[in-house]
Design a binder for this molecule. Structure first.
Ligand code: PLP
Length: 447
């Protein structure tokens, strides 16, 4: 395990006992100010990944996670998850995961519309498990990777999810029979079913319905002679903000549906493709207030969309801040929750474009140029969506792990297999020792 984490990861900082992530952030800010540098940076808390993993195996013991690399493919994240024995869901050429040491047997190529060259790449590198949802994809796979082990992705009711995916991906139940028949005619092997209920799913019923639908597809496929053995329940999980307690609630519903439709004695292996669940709270972004502008308040009280206690006087000014990261950088997908604070504030990213607005009508105490803002829960779909527009430097990532976690995972190669087999018991004992820190809302700014 140590070998995996330490390979070319000399930049991982091991936190001294008694020191916290805030201490690291403070120190980095001081270091930057001594070299006259205001560039944004992240601190990546690797312990947070371990905590999320413990929470996962406690709540969904039958479901093996295959982390969705698209969400955040920072090498230290991938290596930590690899050290915890997690598999990977890759949506493109899979070189990145392979180059970091992921093994083909622990990978799902979970994109239903793949370029031919990527299918060939998967074939030559031994990545066999891949998804499909159309006849054309079946034809491509039969040409480039006829030995592939196929998972049929079905569409879901994703109407209760923040990011809907089933308008773009997933076969409708009405077309499943035809697809399976075609796979059979092409001599392809279908081994399972997958779905994705949409990212940021707010309704556990979506999983319940999709698991029931998957059972129907298993039965249809079995009748056609396929040996069905894999169910992939996709992603959509979160545990921050309004979702804080949903993970436990969803797990209960999922476990019940799995026990009903895919009981343990069915022999079906169950996997998932969580993305944001694993990384969302592991990253804190530090940005510098590089400029500000005070605007005399012309807010129309009646039409104001600000969340502010009506009994309080409306302040006489609104403040706009210009910070060193923005929607062309780490915050292309930020959703900010209004908080009660002192001045209605607009926060702009550093580029010259006016759509680079991170938030408006956000109540903040007055900030000053040169101060830093810390933004929690920036792990999901942030570093993976950065653009080079205006040539601003992308935020550097400083991974940190506590001495306790490092020491606990720091086992010699000889004990690696032992660790894997005993990971569950081992994690439960750790769980008792680690107190879950309060998870803050995504996009909540801390000045
Ligand atoms: N699997 C697939 C096929 C996806 O498209 C996505 C996200 O778009 C994920 C997994 C990860 O989803 P989430 O971050 O909601 O867990």
């Amino acid at each position: 395990v140590m070998r995996i984490l330490s390979t070319d990861n000399k930049n991982i900082e091991i936190l001294e006992n008694g020191k916290s992530i805030s201490d690291v952030i403070d120190r980095k800010i001081k270091e930057l100010s001594t070299v006259d540098n205001e560039e944004p940076f992240y601190v990546l808390n690797l312990d947070s990944l371990l905590k999320r993993h413990l929470r996962w195996i406690t709540n969904l013991p039958r479901v093996k996670p295959f982390y969705a690399m698209k969400c955040n493919n920072t090498p230290a994240v991938v290596r930590m998850l690899m050290a915890l024995g997690i598999g990977f869901d890759c949506a493109s050429k899979i070189q990145h995961a392979l180059s970091l040491g992921a093994t083909p047997d622990k990978m799902v190529y979970a994109h239903t519309t793949k370029p031919l060259s990527h299918i060939r790449y998967a074939c030559t590198h031994g990545v066999d498990v891949m998804t499909f949802d159309s006849e054309d994809e079946l034809l491509k796979i039969s040409l480039c990777h006829s030995q592939a082990k196929l998972i049929l992705r079905i569409a879901t009711d994703d109407s209760k999810s923040l990011v809907r995916l089933s308008t773009k991906f997933g076969a409708r139940m009405a077309s499943v029979g035809k697809l399976l028949e075609q796979a059979g005619e092409l001599g392809l092997e279908v081994i399972g079913v997958s779905f994705h209920v949409g990212s940021g799913c707010t309704s556990s019923l979506a999983y319940k319905k999709a698991i029931a639908d998957a059972r129907l597809v298993f039965d249809m496929a079995s009748l056609l002679g396929f040996q069905m053995k894999l169910l992939d329940i996709g992603g959509g999980f979160s545990a921050i903000g309004d979702f804080q307690d949903k993970f436990e609630e969803f797990s209960g519903v999922i476990n019940e549906a799995l026990d009903k439709f895919f009981p343990p004695d069915s022999g079906v292996e169950i996997i998932a493709e969580p993305g944001r669940y694993y990384v969302e709270s592991a990253f804190t972004l530090a940005v510098n207030v590089m400029a500000k502008r005070v605007v005399a308040n012309e807010v129309d009280e009646q039409n104001s969309t600000c969340t502010h206690q009506s009994s309080e006087a409306i302040p006489d000014k609104m403040i706009m801040y210009y910070i060193t990261d923005g929607v062309y950088g780490s915050m292309s997908c930020i959703t900010a929750d209004p908080v009660h604070s002192k001045y209605p504030s607009v926060i702009w990213g550093p580029t010259c474009d006016s759509i680079d607005k991170i938030t408006e009508n956000y109540w903040l105490p007055e900030l000053h140029v040169g101060e830093w803002l810390l933004i929690d829960n920036m792990g999901a779909y942030s570093v993976s969506q950065v653009s080079d527009f205006n040539s601003f430097e992308r935020a550097r990532i400083y991974p940190v792990v506590s001495a306790k976690t490092w020491d606990t995972l720091n086992l010699s190669h000889t004990y690696r297999d032992y660790l894997c087999t005993n990971l569950y018991l081992y994690c439960i004992s750790l769980w008792c020792k680690i107190s879950l820190s309060k998870i803050k809302h995504k996009g909540q700014f801390t000045a």
